[in-house]
Write a protein that binds this ligand. Sequence first.
Ligand code: ZN
Length: 410
Amino acid sequence: MEGAAKTRTFLEVRRRLQSALLILGEPKEGGMPMEISIMPSSLQVKTPAGCTEIGLPAEVRLEPSSCGGLQYLPADGLHLRLQARAELSTKPSSMFNQSSQAQDCCTFYCQSCGEVIIRDRKLLRVLPLPCENWGALIEEWCCHPDPFADKPLHPRENDCFTGDSYILVNLRRDSQPRHELAQVEMHSLSSENHCELKPKANTKVICKRCKVMLGQTMSSETTKFYITEIIIQPSERNFPIIPRSQFVQSVIAQCLVELSSARSTFRFTIQGHDGKAYILLWLLNTDSLVIGSFENSKSIKKFPLLEDTLKADSSSAWNAVKVLYQPCVKSRNEKLASSWEDDISVHSLTLPSTTCLELLLILARSNATLPLSLRYMNSFQELFLAKRGSKSLGIMPVFRGMTDWNVKLL
Ligand SMILES: [Zn+2]
């Protein structure tokens, strides 16, 4: 980007639909003539104040001749639709790169402060846990007593079991001080509820350094860590520190993508470890590539607690999942929340309560970076969450009309 022109641009490319929506805000000065050039691999906006050029990621190409749906919305500016060619993004990366990492020694870190939680753990088996209510399912299907009732799924030393929003590891051998979990309040469970995976009030696992809640002890050996709170990396390898809000949203986005494809679930309740529902999420699509932003300094000031990772430098391209959300803190949306609670097609994800609030803040902030016309759909607020592994690329704005927005539901 060169020159002083601060053109607010927003381009959403739908990889599956091979289409793009470009929204181009008016320059702040207003009333200035604007010249827009759309090329297959870039966009250029010229005003008397300067020129903004946005390069598209290599895997995206626009078809300038297909421009249509030109529309002017006073709140946003120009909307324009066009066809695009975009490769479907590669497989999302998982917390574990099975091939290499499963064999190597791993170190677990606190995501918030970088403190080592478990050092040099060899994970020989990384296995997914059955769905949350598998016990109930077995009860339902078996005509005899549940044969697995006395065989709880507790990981052994070199195991790591993965749930929807957490992992289970065996922490017994980590007794040396430097390997030790900072501050674990162990809760001894009686033998009959040994296999129960329900949180107990005094079982919080807390980071010694920053006091963030990382997980919960499930039994004398099994510890649950929430995937939003820890990073697992091969030992002896350096890795970049990811800002907290970016990490949380990419982990959640990844989780939504995996659950929706594995279980055809599109509605989610985000609930705290205290059992309260904090957010209702409705996943719209997972194939968006978003370039540019409509964020202005006003909306940045609105969220002083968040680091400025999504800064609208119009040079970022990121893979995104598109969701609608409703907060349900402070008794908001109580009725809707309880109807979702009773609905078996709604999947619930449990996270530490502070992370639920953090996520709510991230959602509000992300929503504020969208052009006005995209921020609401019926009573829901819409936003994009950056997916893990999203790349920073050249910027590029495009516009397009909202009247034929391709997601119609509710
Ligand atoms: Zn910490």
